[in-house]
Ligand binder design. Structure first.
Ligand SMILES: [Fe+2]
Length: 286
């Protein structure tokens, strides 16, 4: 069985600024990761940790070095770069130079071949300049990224395959949020590109971050998942377990495991989601 943790949006260095849906404690990331280490030691063998992006809040050599040092965990950590990880021209080269261990195959996109699944990491673009987020939020991929992804997907067609990108492929529904409009709705084109790729290649699950809210939604036999921010109360993350027969996900949190005082906003419980937004089990034999 392959077991891995999925977490996202740690925004190291944000300070007072930054988008959040629940009270945020990014400055407590070292303690949160210490608590995660203990959780992993208790929860049995974990093969690796996947980070869905926005590991840091703004790009600089110092932030990348500090972020990579924090995520020096007892298991490999793999990162899909988010918009906040790419705030300066040349960010991609900076990551490659300073933290190559987070990207086996390079930060523009790579694959993880685990014992029971293959995970394809493809950081989405945000604006007109590749791998730079300045103003616009227009999630899309470069043709060469899509090409490389399709090649990897075709080669591993007999494996259980997952894709990780930063931006969500589907909005969070009003049924979950209680809001009048879909929350974090991507462009129709981004949804179409990813859902077509997933459907064509029988991808079991597509992971995202960015919204800072939990989502789990099945479309054409693919499970689409996002996770709330690891540094916002109650400090949630996902445990994925996959063997030849099933792929399952559970949401866990570290609120009881940390000893600094925290506040929870009970008016925003949609961030955590309903039971169905927090876990799934998928039969892989069908
Ligand atoms: Fe983001």
């Amino acid at each position: 069985m392959t077991r891995f943790i999925y977490l996202s949006d740690t925004h190291w260095g944000a300070g007072e600024s930054g988008y959040h849906l629940q009270p945020k404690y990014d400055e407590r990331l070292p303690e949160l990761l210490e608590a995660l280490r203990s959780w992993m030691a208790q929860a049995g063998p974990i093969d690796f940790v996947l980070h869905g992006g926005d590991l840091i809040h703004a790009t600089s050599d110092a932030a990348i070095q500090a972020g990579a040092a924090l995520f020096d965990l007892p298991v490999p950590v793999y990162l899909c770069l988010g918009n906040h990880d790419l705030t300066a021209a040349g960010s991609l080269d900076q990551w490659e130079r300073l933290a190559p261990q987070l990207f086996p195959g390079g930060p523009a996109g790579y694959g993880i071949d685990a014992a029971d699944c293959a995970i394809h990491v493809i950081p989405n673009q945000h604006g007109e300049t590749p791998f730079l987020w300045d103003e616009t939020q227009d999630p899309h991929f470069l043709p060469e990224q899509t090409e490389a992804l399709e090649e990897r997907l075709a080669v591993r067609s007999n494996s259980t395959q997952l894709i990780l990108t930063h931006s969500p492929v589907y909005a969070i529904s009003p049924a979950q949020t209680g809001l009048s409009e879909p929350f974090h709705e991507p462009s129709a084109l981004f949804t179409e590109v990813m859902s077509t790729l997933a459907q064509t290649h029988g991808v079991a699950c597509v992971l995202g971050g960015h919204s800072h809210a939990n989502m789990s939604k099945s479309v054409h036999s693919t499970q689409y998942v996002t996770v709330s921010s690891f540094v916002e109360t109650p400090f949630e993350f996902k445990l994925f377990e996959v063997d030849g027969k099933t792929l399952s996900m559970q949401t866990h949190n570290l609120r009881e495991a940390i000893d600094f005082p925290t506040v929870y906003d009970w008016d925003s419980t949609f961030v955590q989601g309903r039971a169905a937004d927090r876990s799934f089990q998928k039969d892989l034999t069908q």
